[in-house]
Design a binder for this molecule. Structure first.
Ligand SMILES: O=C(O)[C@H]1O[C@H](OP(=O)(O)OP(=O)(O)OC[C@H]2O[C@@H](n3ccc(=O)[nH]c3=O)[C@H](O)[C@@H]2O)[C@H](O)[C@@H](O)[C@@H]1O
Length: 437
């Protein structure tokens, strides 16, 4: 080590503490070396910071969640073997059966509806983009489950008009069950673009193809209880106002209802919107509270339980998946044909909207108590104020219209439904991924 270096080693890091008895010359040189070393050090630090900033900046790092990039993903479709699979999956195998294109088929509700249609002999073709909003491996497991029942899921995006056109060329679908969407109330603040991309642009893209299809299919699609937003009149009825959405998610679903009106009015498409109320059950969505509460209770992690102003209760009209499936099938079976052809309306067509709820709101804290009993583990509850992120304090469905017109009649209470969910959850995550179903 050089003499100079050893001098430098003696320099304290804090300025002003240098020993003053050294000669002025040495003092001057040391100060000079010290400044040089510091200058070099800070230059490197500065360069480093710029590089880190550059590589981490969102504009230079295409995140998989970027919705505009989702549509740029290329999917493999087409070819004789692919068309054969499409035709075979969509083939009707029962008398008076229907042929249904199910969008979002690898999603929670999509999987259950596809399986139920297939069971009764209808033709079913799935479509899903397998995006990574939540663990795509769960979507792959649902796909495998459907495959075993004879349902083929085409990989693709509803914004891909060429793909949709091709599907209608290969199969004359009588119905579309449109469940592909960007779901989740709170995530809308993180990634607003994905809601516009899927729930508005994607819906319009699908309707454009449907209006030009010959014959035009009848469409049943998923709206949401969240369209009631800040409505305080209980129970929520289809006649109540829905012009005060509390989240962008709700606003895009409400926009969907208006868009449905337009396509019905101009092109004669038969359209039925279903306002689902907090659907839960086996194969559910990991971003929903009942699902991640279960995971976190088992892990011993604390769970945030929201409460409204003045310690008010937050409650949901939780609705079990099997009841929702019956509602969806009821809506498909009572759909009238679209009236247009070749993109032209020939007469008035059906336009409907229904609540599909359970009519029994349950406080979130009661949901947690049920989970504690089923899991035999006490939850670490962290009660906190309902964040201002789009959540509403309560939902409560009036279902008399769906009861009358769709024969909809929910039969599963939260305790029984969660029991089935917990059984599935424990089986699925203990390695029985294939068998769970
Ligand atoms: O009914 C609907 O239309 C909507 O239902 C759910 O939305 P949400 O009811 O907010 O369902 P969760 O996110 O599972 O929340 C359930 C309840 O737990 C509460 N919660 C949520 C998260 C949390 O950390 N803590 C907590 O107490 C929420 O405030 C809410 O009352 C779905 O996520 C939406 O996609 C769907 O459209």
């Amino acid at each position: 080590m050089s003499k100079q270096m050893s001098h430098l080693d003696n320099i304290p890091s804090t300025p002003g503490k240098f020993k003053m008895e050294k000669s002025a010359y040495v003092h001057h040189r040391l100060r000079w070396h010290s400044s040089l070393a510091k200058l070099t050090f800070w230059s490197f630090m500065f360069m480093g910071m710029i590089l880190i900033f550059f590589f981490r900046s969102p504009s230079s790092n295409p995140l998989p969640q970027d919705p505009s990039r989702r549509s740029l993903r290329t999917y493999n479709w087409g070819g004789p073997a692919w068309e054969k699979r499409v035709r075979s999956s969509a083939r009707i195998r029962s008398r008076n059966g229907i042929s249904v294109l199910v969008t979002g088929a690898a999603g929670f509700v999509g999987t259950h509806v596809s399986a139920a249609l297939k069971r009764r002999g209808d033709g079913v073709l799935g479509l899903d983009n397998f995006n990574d909003y939540y663990d795509p491996s769960l979507k792959r497991s649902r796909q495998a489950f459907l495959e075993r029942s004879g349902v083929f899921i085409v990989e693709g995006d509803i914004n891909d008009s060429a793909l949709l056109r091709k599907l209608f060329e290969v199969v004359a679908f009588t119905h579309v069950m449109h469940l592909a969407a960007q779901a989740g109330v709170r995530y809308a603040m993180e990634n607003p673009g994905s809601y516009v991309h899927s729930n508005i642009a994607g819906f319009v893209s699908l309707l454009e193809i449907c209006k030009s299809a010959n014959p035009q299919p009848a469409i049943v699609w998923a709206s949401s209880s969240s369209v009631y937003g800040l409505n305080t009149k209980v129970a929520f009825s289809e006649k109540d106002r829905t012009d005060q959405p509390a989240s962008l998610y709700a606003a895009t679903k409400k926009a969907g209802e208006e868009i449905a009106h337009t396509y019905n009015h101009i092109y004669g498409l038969s359209l039925t919107g279903l306002r689902f109320f907090t659907v839960y059950g086996p194969w559910g969505r990991p971003d929903m509270a009942y699902f991640f509460f279960t995971r976190d209770i088992l892990k011993g992690k604390s769970i945030p339980i929201f409460e409204a102003a003045n310690h008010g209760t937050v409650a949901r009209d939780f609705t079990y998946i099997d009841d929702i499936v019956k509602g969806c099938l009821g809506a498909l079976d009572t759909s009238e044909k679209s009236t247009g052809s070749g993109g032209k309306k020939k007469g008035a067509a059906q336009l409907r909207v229904y609540n599909l709820g359970n009519t029994w709101p349950v406080p979130v804290s009661d949901l947690v108590s049920i989970l504690e009993r089923l899991l035999k583990v006490n939850a670490k509850r962290k009660v906190m104020k309902l964040p201002r992120n789009g959540d509403v304090p309560f939902t409560h469905a009036n279902i008399s219209l769906a009861q009358r017109e769709l024969g909809y009649k929910p039969t599963t209470d939260l305790q029984s439904g969660l029991k089935k969910f917990v059984r599935w959850y424990l089986n699925y995550y203990s390695g029985g991924k294939k068998a769970a179903g």
